[in-house]
Structures are given as C-alpha cells and as structure tokens.
Ligand binder design. Structure first.
Ligand code: GTB
Length: 217
C-alpha cells in the first residue's frame, strides 16, 4: 500500500531539514519503506480538505490505505511498530526506547520550541530581552541533564532506536543557536544521527523540495 506524507511546499527552514516531516522521512528510510510526498502551501494546509486529515491544519500527515495519522511522534511510532529497525525486540528495551521518544517530544522539544517562538514572535516586545535568557537557561538545563545521561555512549539506550531518531531531530532545532556547541557529546550524538545513510537520504529528499521550489525573493 502506498504511503503518502505531507510536507511544506516552501519550508521556512530553507531546506535545513528542521520541519517535522524530516523525522517521518527519516523513519521511513530507516524502515526501508518507499513513500510519496504531497507538498502543501500554507493556505492549502488550512483548507477543509487538509483539515480532514489534520485537525490543526499542519504538516506532517501520513496516509496508508484507510489509515490517516497526524502528529510526527505518533507517525514515527506507527512506522517503528510495523517495521524492523527502529524499536528493539526485547520488551524492556522496547519500552525504554518508547520512553525516550516521549522524553524527546514532551520533555526536551517544548523548551526548544518556546525559545524559537520567543525569537520569532516576541522579539519586538519590550520584555523580550529579559525573557530570552530565562528561556535559554531552561533549554540549557535540559541539555545539561541529557549530556550527563548520554555520557560517552553512542545512543540513549544501547542500540539506535526511534528514541534517538526523535531526540536527534529535536536537538537539531538548536542548530544556529550556538547552544549545542557547548556540549561536545551531544554535538557528536547529533552528528552520529546525521551520518546514518537513512538520515542522509531523507535530508537530500527534503532539500530537493527547497532547491526545486525556492521561496520568492
Ligand atoms: N506536534 C505536531 C507534530 O509533531 O506533528 C506539530 C506539527 C507542526 O508544528 N507542524 C508545523 C506546521 O505545520 C511544521 S513543523 N506549521 C504550519 C502551521 O501551523 O500553520 C514546525 C517547524 C516549522 C518551521 C521550522 N523552520 O523553519 O525551521 C521548523 C519547524
């Protein structure tokens, strides 16, 4: 059955692979599953036809026969459950990998998104300069904790899993902020994820969308 996902027609990240279709593309590549991509403009995302797939009018979505999913974490979990390569066979190791998936999305990503949103949407507010260091410290607290836990291990729990896939994509959102560079083991961890063949294929595919369809101006 054909798998179709949705992605930005013109990603504001200019092909840096920071939008959330990247994690779904990467998971599908790790699982060896071919897929098609339907590109959407910002206005098309808010049309009823797309809202029937995604109640919040966002990307990514995932269609496979009758099944329609939204939420990148749920999509990655679905792929990981149905195909080898993203979750360990051992029940306890599998539960731990799923725990790291939730940790990436619930415990680390929100603080990074708060910082991004403040930079993007609140920079003109009188209180922005005061609030920014508070948000940066909140991100650093999480990075300190993650750095301690990872130590000199390659992955969060023994073998690479969907937990690492999500955590790497979450940490990549800090690229350009200069914050990750203070944590050599986390930088190396992200680089390890980016060096995987499946990651590279996914990255090139989303980059080709931008290259073939650059934003005006
Ligand atoms: N919780 C949902 C999920 O995990 O799937 C969140 C989905 C989401 O935020 N989608 C964003 C979207 O559709 C794209 S990824 N936004 C359009 C809208 O809400 O109208 C977020 C994103 C966008 C841009 C960059 N960037 O330019 O660097 C990075 C991340």
């Amino acid at each position: 059955m054909t798998i179709t996902i949705t992605a930005f027609e013109r990603s504001p990240d200019r092909g840096r692979g920071l939008a959330r279709d990247m994690r779904v593309r990467w998971a599908l590549e790790e699982a060896g599953q071919p897929y098609e991509v339907r590109l959407l403009s910002f206005s098309a995302m808010k049309e009823p036809a797309h809202r029937r797939l995604h109640p919040f009018g966002q990307i990514p979505t995932y269609e496979e026969g009758d099944l329609v999913l939204f939420e990148s974490g749920a999509i990655v979990f679905h792929i990981a459950e149905r195909h080898a390569g993203l979750l360990p066979g051992d029940a306890n190791a599998r539960a731990r990998a799923i725990t790291w998936m939730f940790a990436a999305l619930n415990t680390v990503e929100p603080r990074i998104v708060d910082l991004e949103s403040a930079r993007r949407e609140e920079h003109h507010k009188t209180w922005h300069e005061e609030r920014l260091p508070i948000l940066q410290d909140r991100v650093r607290d999480r990075l300190d904790e993650l750095c301690s836990r990872l130590g000199d291990a390659d992955w969060l729990d023994d073998a690479f899993s969907a937990g690492d896939l999500l955590m790497v994509t979450v940490l990549r959102r800090l690229s350009g902020s200069g914050m990750l560079e203070d944590y050599p083991n986390l930088s190396a961890y992200v680089a390890r994820g980016e060096a995987r063949a499946a990651y590279k294929r996914a990255f090139e595919d989303q980059l080709a969308v931008f290259t073939g369809n650059p934003p005006p101006g």
